[in-house]
Design a protein around this ligand. Structure first.
Ligand code: ATP
Ligand code: MG
Length: 567
């Protein structure tokens, strides 16, 4: 009977990812009294990026799906690299993505006292000792995966001596690096992480939350699992590189004798044309290769936000890529596809000319202005309509005119006709060139008054439709044409004598002045538009009323699919 599922159930059953399968199995066995409790555990040592977004969506998504809870916990065990600036930005980004930790905001640093207690439990059990070797000696005696390690001469220190030295470490009696606390496990274990790992080091560095209360700090491995346990996390989901840490994770929990969460590893997100290492992202910021963490070319959440990405598009991206057990690289065009799809539904259309050429309609009455009615969004009738002023002089896109067009050119050329979107059909009568440069200065055209858009007698059809703006009504705007930050699909791949910075795209930002229809004059920072026939754009956070700044989020079509080879 168990096997008979209706088709709907069948479908959901098939689409479970491997983590959901584990969770459902645990629920069936009423493990953890049927609770599901996950956490997102960032270290506040940088801004969050799209890879973290995947982890956030996964952890909070599972919490929601199984009627459970999800904590936000800062893994703040390394005061040297951490900062409140990062704490604040991380909270802002998680909220913006649409997730809520409610009253469950925690810090590993809140558990320092408890973790210290746990360490003394291990010492009392003879499972941890204070080691006086230098960092170098410790690493030299560790061995390699194929060569066993050597035991520390301090490994068999008396229990009481260990307890005393550990409390003196805490009391600040020793300088940085003089001693460490190590677990006593197995120096010949094939798993390097089990070879007497360091639990505590001395660091006379104030912490952004505990000030100078502590001068010894737990290592990540000693803090992470125990923090999970304290919070009674049921499923501790992390990325694949922690798979080899799992025996240690479980060892600590077992030896200390506390509640045991289950660690589950999944493949981290890698994106083509993107780097995700916090260290490298910080380097780009510090070396001013980009304009800060929220530069719209950065893969950070704040960068994507400023670029015009929506939380929905990122959540949808995370859903689409799913969770895998093996490392892979996702094509960045999938992320771009997700934002196009979302903005297509929600962004109002406007007409904007990026590289203008002036068109004079010789037979259009001088001084006349007509308000052309047009839909804000053909995908969403509720977005309503607007009026766009039309007059004798308009701008069209320079690329929409060719003096000697090839056969299938359906845009404007001498003697040819096109429709101006929501307006009239026009015909090109003559071309005026700059006598010095030979460049086309303006086009003289005529319009056909019987072809006004929306009029019942307007039945004449032409192949091309162009966007336009009225010269005297257009608002000039600073438009930042962003493109991918790297020209190589795998900028991290090592090539002889090169590093990822050699593959920065020199054309990742071009700034131009464009002309936009007047309806956009009061657009506010964050507002999103489709520039008809061009792409999606978003008002920059630095935009003000008299100086409109628009960032290109993404072109209408994937321009890299074809042009890739030319790099
Ligand atoms: P660090 O090298 O500083 O540890 P990190 O990217 O792992 O960098 P954390 O702040 O430790 O940064 O990450 C928080 C959580 O996000 C972790 O659970 C981590 O596994 C997850 N995470 C980080 N990068 C990715 C990624 N590219 N894809 C999916 N999850 C990620
Ligand atoms: Mg990490």
């Amino acid at each position: 009977m168990e096997d008979k599922k209706n088709p709907e159930e069948e479908k959901t059953a098939r689409s479970l990812n491997f983590i959901e399968e584990i969770i459902q199995e645990d629920l069936r066995n009423t493990k953890n009294e049927g609770r599901v409790h996950t956490r997102f555990p960032p270290e506040p040592n940088g801004y969050l990026h799209i890879g973290h977004a995947k982890s956030i969506c996964l952890n909070f998504g599972l919490g929601k799906k199984y009627n459970g809870k999800t904590n936000l916990r800062f893994d703040d065990t390394n005061p040297v690299k951490e900062d409140v600036e990062y704490v604040d930005s991380i909270m802002e980004d998680v909220k913006w993505l649409g997730f809520d930790w409610e009253d469950r905001l925690f810090y590993a640093s809140d558990y320092f006292e408890q973790l210290y207690e746990y360490a003394t439990i291990l010492i009392r059990k003879g499972k941890a000792y204070v080691c006086d070797m230098t960092a170098e000696e410790i690493s030299d005696t560790r061995g390699t995966p194929t060569r066993p390690g050597k035991e520390s001469p301090f490994r068999n220190r008396a229990l009481e001596e260990n307890l005393e030295l550990f409390s003196r470490m805490r009391a600040g009696e020793f300088p940085d690096g003089a001693k460490v606390l190590r677990a006593k496990i197995d120096m010949v274990s094939p798993n390097m992480h089990m070879r007497d790992p360091i639990l505590y080091r001395i660091l006379h560095t104030p912490h952004h939350r505990t000030g100078d209360k502590w001068c010894i700090y737990p290592m990540y491995d000693f803090a992470h699992g125990q923090s999970d346990s304290i919070e009674r996390i049921t499923h501790s989901i992390c990325t694949l590189e922690f798979e080899v840490h799992r025996p240690l994770y479980d060892w600590f929990i077992r030896e200390i004798g506390i509640y045991a969460p289950r660690q589950i590893e999944f493949a981290r997100l890698n994106l083509s044309y993107t780097i995700m290492s916090k260290r490298k992202l910080l380097e780009l910021v510090q070396e001013k290769r980009v304009n800060g963490w929220d530069d719209p070319r950065m893969p950070t959440i704040c960068g994507l936000r400023r670029r015009g990405y929506t939380p929905e598009s990122i959540r949808n991206f995370a859903d689409t890529i799913g969770v895998a057990k093996r490392d892979n690289i996702i094509d960045v065009s999938l992320l771009e596809f997700c934002i196009r799809e979302d903005l297509n539904k929600r962004a109002n259309r406007v007409m904007a000319v990026l590289n203008p050429i002036k068109v004079i309609l010789d037979n259009y009455p001088e001084g006349l202005v007509e308000e052309m009615e047009t839909l804000n969004n053909p995908e969403d009738e509720s977005a309503g309509k607007r009026k766009v002023p039309f007059s004798k002089e308009i701008f069209i896109e320079r690329a929409d005119f060719m003096e000697n067009p090839p056969k299938k050119f359906f845009r404007l050329s001498p003697g040819g006709e096109v429709r101006l979107r929501s307006a009239y059909i026009i015909k090109c009568e003559s071309v005026v060139k700059d006598p010095v440069t030979g460049e086309i200065a303006e086009l003289h055209c005529t319009y056909d008054p019987l072809t006004k858009s929306g009029m019942s007698e307007s039945t004449r059809k032409v192949k091309g439709t162009l966007h336009w703006v009225s010269v005297k009504h257009a608002i000039p705007a600073e438009v930042r044409l962003y493109d991918r930050l790297f020209v190589k699909d795998d900028p991290d791949a090592t090539e002889e004598g090169k590093d990822y910075k050699d593959f920065l795209n020199p054309d990742s930002l071009k700034t131009i002045t464009a002309f936009i229809e007047p309806s956009a004059v009061n657009a506010l920072p964050g507002e999103k538009f489709q520039f008809e026939r061009i792409g999606y754009f978003c008002v920059d956070k630095d935009s003000v009323k008299d100086h409109l700044i628009m960032n290109r989020t993404v072109t209408l079509k994937d321009s890299w699919a074809k042009s890739e080879k030319s790099w």
